[in-house]
Design a protein around this ligand. Structure first.
Ligand code: BV8
Ligand code: ZN
Length: 246
């Protein structure tokens, strides 16, 4: 492992264009439960069952109870050494030859911990748990109320508000997806960190980057389907491994 950490650190230091794709695993050490790991269930519901428009249409209160619970955990959470290492790497790369596009952080997470860690160039593929959108008039607003006073919360127009996140079966926000594809197609090194790499199209960015010439690194606690493709595979905690790449 130390050999691959040394080799990956060198590749990261030499690269001018890096993309990092993060998933729920990078926030695990901050106390935020992952989706598919051991702590991933909530009242025995799986995320695939709750993070859908159908679940919300059928029982908006239940879906909001899940988000209310996650929001209460996230607001008590602090960014961990893994989030901070990526913010530091972005600062270093942005002042290098690649300039601001030297480092792009693409996240599947909706917890906002990368922003709180100081990352600037964050592409949120699956939205933001602190955003709400009206199912009636479409108004978007930031809502950091913990706990929410009413479940489901209502818009001034009277319709239900929904979490400003992308559910299964829903398209990803176009501008963010385009930014992620653009950066991945130019990356020299692509790191997939803390993701089980089972959710598409996000996980497909790794294959897209590699097909366009990037070398691929996996930093994850358990094996993923991308391991077989990767140039480097580091199994362990991102909070311990990422700082060792600086
Ligand atoms: C789309 C936001 C098309 C909400 C999420 C069959 C039927 C229906 C759909 C599909 C299907 N097959 C494929 C699909 C598409 C579907 C999909 O991929 N499904 C999967 C489950 C098979 N995708 C979609 O539906 C996407 N939309 O395709 O639209 C379309 C196009 C045009 C028009 C209409 C439609 C939308 C996907 C987005 C869904 N929203 N979340 C919310 O957060 O509440 S997905 C959810 O999973 C989270 O965003 C999460 O980020 C994401 C991926 O999970 P991970 O982040 O990887 O987390 P996970 O728990 O799985 O893994 C954590 C890993 O970390 C583990 O491996 C663990 O070992 C590791 N770890 C733990 N601790 C640590 C660690 N690693 C390092 N250090 C540690 N300390
Ligand atoms: Zn409204």
């Amino acid at each position: 492992m130390t050999e691959s950490i040394r080799a990956l650190r060198q590749a990261v230091q030499e690269a001018n264009r890096i993309v990092v794709l993060t998933g729920a695993g990078i926030s695990a050490e901050s106390g935020v439960p992952t989706f598919r790991g051991s702590g991933g269930l909530w009242r025995n519901y799986s995320p695939e069952k709750l993070a859908t428009p159908e679940a919300f249409a059928q029982d908006p209160r239940l879906v909001w109870e899940w988000y209310n619970w996650r929001r209460s955990l996230i607001c008590q959470a602090e960014p961990n050494a893994g989030h901070l290492a990526l913010a530091e790497l972005e600062r270093r790369k942005a002042s290098g030859p690649g300039g601001p596009s030297g480092f792009t952080l693409v996240t599947q997470n909706v917890d906002g911990l990368h922003d709180r860690a100081g990352s600037r160039n964050v592409v949120k593929l699956h939205g933001d748990i602190w955003q709400v959108r009206c199912t009636g008039c479409g108004a978007e607003q930031r809502n950091e109320q913990v706990p929410l006073a009413n479940l489901p919360p209502r818009c001034a127009c009277g319709a239900w508000l929904r979490p400003g996140v992308v559910w299964f079966g829903e398209p990803l926000p176009e501008a963010e997806w385009d930014r992620a594809v653009e950066a991945s197609s130019k990356a020299q090194v692509f790191l997939a960190v803390g993701t089980s790499a089972v959710v598409y199209p996000a996980a497909g960015l790794a294959e897209l980057a590699q097909a366009a010439g990037a070398r691929l690194a996996i930093v994850n606690a358990e094996p993923t389907p991308l391991d077989a493709l990767a140039d480097w595979v580091l199994h362990g905690k991102s909070g311990e491994l990422l700082p060792r790449l600086l």
